[in-house]
Design a protein around this ligand. Structure first.
Ligand SMILES: Nc1ncnc2c1ncn2[C@@H]1O[C@H](COP(=O)(O)OP(=O)(O)OP(=O)(O)O)[C@@H](O)[C@H]1O
Length: 324
């Protein structure tokens, strides 16, 4: 079942700049510039892109905060801005800069208030809260006023607040940014569990590579407001030529070695250790045969491609062309 359907979505901002005492100039920023996207129920989608790519603007349009400049969009069968109230009951939102919690109330009371806002039956509320309490370890600070919570504790509270009314879709803008290691793990574990159940659709933006690896089964990358990749993590590796790394140690320092193997680059040579980067087309066997022939090979380590490498190549490369 399709939960999010977006066709040719655009958001253009006009910025007026003072260029002299009497003159102003208008420039147009195409924050989102023709995005097509279909998301099925239960998908866990990473919506990625470099700074200023248009991620938050897209999320704001999907959640009814911003009116699109053009295109069509439907979330849970509703049009976000005109049907914002009905949509609010069907989605959950965690945006770093906005809070669903009451600053001066203990967390527990904030949740109770939300129960009334969303008119959730008491039994359902208790069940949903119990799950979040267990999975996000909330009990130690459930009676603490929100303003006294750490960032990690507050984010766990925000996630709970977004989920208590059992939304069909949850939108998360940078859910792990600034969190300590333990809170990051708690949030990721929770989202992984939520995603695995398959009934909640999750759309998240993140710059955190561990979030991407752990959570995002599908990755949509945008740049300059346009989709430049839509697929799984392995597809991303394949498309952007992610590189394996081969590190070899010799008994004696090696000098003047030239390795003429297609797709293999010698990246570093330090004493007895050499490091090679291999394009996806390169054969490790060919490289090793060449190195064995040199003599004195002691040790070999092969590291799988790093997501960091792939994403930075994607964000910085000129190969990122819009998906048809
Ligand atoms: N209200 C606004 N008025 C004018 N320009 C805006 C507005 N909101 C966003 N923009 C511009 O639109 C572009 C996309 O911004 P957006 O916040 O969607 O990017 P992003 O991908 O979420 O970036 P980041 O990763 O840095 O949060 C940027 O150039 C930004 O400056």
């Amino acid at each position: 079942m399709t939960v999010i359907e977006v066709r040719g979505l655009r958001k253009h901002f006009t910025i007026r700049k003072k260029v002299s005492r009497f003159r102003r100039e208008s420039t147009e920023v195409r924050a989102v510039d023709g995005v097509d996207l279909t998301v099925e129920r239960g998908e866990l989608l990473g919506y990625l892109g470099p700074n200023g790519a248009g991620k938050s603007t897209t999320l704001k349009m999907l959640t009814g905060v911003l009116t699109p400049s053009g295109g069509e969009l439907s979330v849970c069968g509703l049009t976000p801005v005109p049907q914002r109230r009905r949509l609010a009951a069907r989605i959950g939102v965690v945006f770093g800069q906005r809070s669903a919690l009451q600053w001066d109330l203990p967390l527990r009371e904030s949740f109770s208030l939300l129960r009334h806002v969303y008119r959730v039956p008491a039994g359902d509320h208790e069940t949903a809260l119990r799950r979040c309490r267990d999975l996000l370890d909330l009990d130690a600070f459930l009676d603490t006023p929100v303003r006294q919570l750490s960032l990690g504790q507050r984010m766990r509270g925000e996630l709970t607040a977004a989920l208590l009314h059992r939304p069909e879709v949850i939108f998360l803008d940078e859910p792990t940014i600034g969190l300590d290691v333990l809170s990051k793990q708690a949030v990721r574990g929770f989202l992984a569990e939520l995603g695995a159940r398959g009934d909640t659709t999750i759309v998240l933006t993140t710059h955190d590579l561990a979030d991407i690896e752990r959570l995002c089964r599908r990755i949509v990358v945008i740049d300059h407001g346009r989709v430049v990749h839509d697929g799984s993590l392995p597809e991303l590796h394949a498309r952007y030529g992610s590189r394996r790394r081969v590190t070899v140690d010799f008994a004696e320092p090696v000098t003047g070695l030239s390795v003429d193997v297609p797709g293999v680059t010698l990246e570093r040579a330090e004493g007895t250790r050499l490091e090679f980067a291999l394009e996806s087309t390169a054969e490790v066997g060919d490289l090793l045969a060449r190195l064995v022939a040199v003599g004195g090979l002691r040790d070999v380590t092969i590291a799988e491609p790093e997501i960091e490498d792939v994403i930075s190549r994607l964000y910085t490369s000129q190969v990122a062309a819009p998906v048809d």
